[in-house]
Design a protein around this ligand. Structure first.
Ligand SMILES: [Zn+2]
Length: 159
């Protein structure tokens, strides 16, 4: 009979030289410091048909527009979440990922600055994605804030 201590370690799959950590937290911390710009897609992503991606895009636009209220008191940052598959998220935003974390299995992409509205127009294939017209000259719209000028930004995040 042998007393064995658990030797399972969390290994960084991004480092060429093997680095492993006692805890998942340790590995996540390492990834955040050393690989925060890693945005290469994992191999398990499967392509989805366009009609499925189009459906998710419509749901996202609908969720954005629902948050465009007509009262000035609702001005400010908005956060929402919705369920979609990893394949769908990557299918829609894969070209614009700023980070993929193999350890945490999450993706990030940021849209900020002048051209971001147009990029999202192309992604959603909908020029009106960030506007809601209440009639009588009342229009609510999405404002993407430049990261250089402000700490806030539009961030899409899947976990
Ligand atoms: Zn590493």
């Amino acid at each position: 009979m042998s007393n064995s201590i658990s030797t399972s370690r969390f290994t960084c799959t991004l480092c060429t030289r093997s680095r492993s950590y006692k805890t998942k937290c340790g590995l996540q911390r390492h990834e955040t410091i050393k690989h925060k710009e890693h945005n290469i897609l994992p191999s398990h992503i499967l392509p989805l048909p366009n009609y499925e991606l189009d459906h998710v895009k419509k749901v996202i636009v609908w969720e954005i527009q629902k948050r465009l209220k007509k009262h000035h008191r609702t001005v400010g940052n908005q956060v929402f979440s919705l369920h979609c598959s990893e394949n769908a998220f990557v299918g829609i935003f894969g070209k614009y990922l700023t980070r993929y974390s193999p350890c945490g299995n999450f993706y990030q992409c940021h849209f900020s600055g002048d051209n971001s509205y147009n990029i999202l127009t192309n992604i959603f294939n909908d020029a009106m994605w960030g506007e809601r017209d209440y009639g009588n000259g009342q229009l609510s719209w999405v404002k993407l804030v430049d990261e250089m000028n402000c700490n806030s930004r539009t961030e899409l995040y899947i976990e």
